[in-house]
Design a binder for this molecule. Structure first.
Ligand SMILES: [Zn+2]
Length: 245
């Protein structure tokens, strides 16, 4: 069953690719049907099999041979791995469905931020609106949800105001969204994790001269990563931390 749910994740990843392609360009996600962005040939069913199509075609369009971005494959694989891990950690049930949707939103936001340096309001606002209800069904108390959202918002607002470059208002909204869904105290794990991941990545990019000191680094991927860690391991991490005292 874990395998079946992972395969479902691969297929869902194809749909996430459509969202990632079309939402930033203000295109409809339903129409037209999937087609090659270069030669416009509509894709047949056998071009749309997740992962396999990409590998069999060696990352090229069957009709015009233009290369298909590696991201298509990576998003499909990531969604499969995320869905599989969630089944592993949570087992079947409501929590599985909710957290799969949550991770999917985080993945879409991450990839769009990497490609366009934007966090789209048409994704983050509906996400923030729905997340309190999702968190209640997930089992959090109203107080923890409110506190989580507030702490995420404030912890990101300060660096946003202080930092001239790099962070955007979208990062603040994203932190609030992650805070609402993970709740308090898990949001602390998420924000701390994001800062650590972001710091390590920034240090690596500076040391290897891949990025200069002034180049903005998208922060959404690190927030999302912190959110993933917090959802799965926050209880263990917090009790481990409190064990020191
Ligand atoms: Zn083509």
């Amino acid at each position: 069953m874990l395998l079946l749910y992972s395969v479902l994740g691969l297929a869902f990843g194809s749909f996430l690719n459509v969202l990632i392609d079309r939402l930033p360009r203000d295109q409809s996600i339903a129409y037209p049907a999937s087609h090659c962005p270069s030669c416009k040939t509509p894709l047949a069913v056998f071009d749309l099999v997740p992962v396999l199509s990409y590998l069999l075609l060696r990352g090229r369009c069957r009709y015009c041979r233009v290369s298909i971005p590696l991201r298509i494959l990576l998003v499909e694989l990531s969604t499969g791995v995320l869905f599989g891990s969630l089944w592993w950690f949570l087992g079947p049930g409501t929590k599985l469905i909710l957290s799969s949707a949550y991770f999917s939103i985080l993945l879409v936001i991450t990839v769009i931020d990497l490609e366009h340096r934007r966090i789209l309001n048409k994704i983050i606002y509906p996400a923030i609106l729905v997340s309190p209800f999702a968190a209640i069904v997930y089992g959090a108390s109203a107080k923890d949800i409110f506190l989580g959202g507030l702490i995420g918002f404030l912890l990101m607002l300060l660096p946003y105001i202080l930092s001239g470059v790099g962070l955007g208002a979208g990062d603040v909204k994203l932190a609030a969204f992650i805070g609402i869904f993970s709740g308090y105290p898990a949001i602390l794990v998420a924000m701390f994790g994001a800062a650590v991941f972001g710091g390590v990545a920034a240090g690596f990019l500076l040391l290897t001269h891949l990025r200069g000191r002034k180049d903005p680094v998208p922060y959404a991927p690190f927030l999302a990563l912190g959110g993933v860690v917090a959802l799965i391991w926050s209880e263990q991490l917090i009790s481990w931390y409190l064990g020191f005292y």
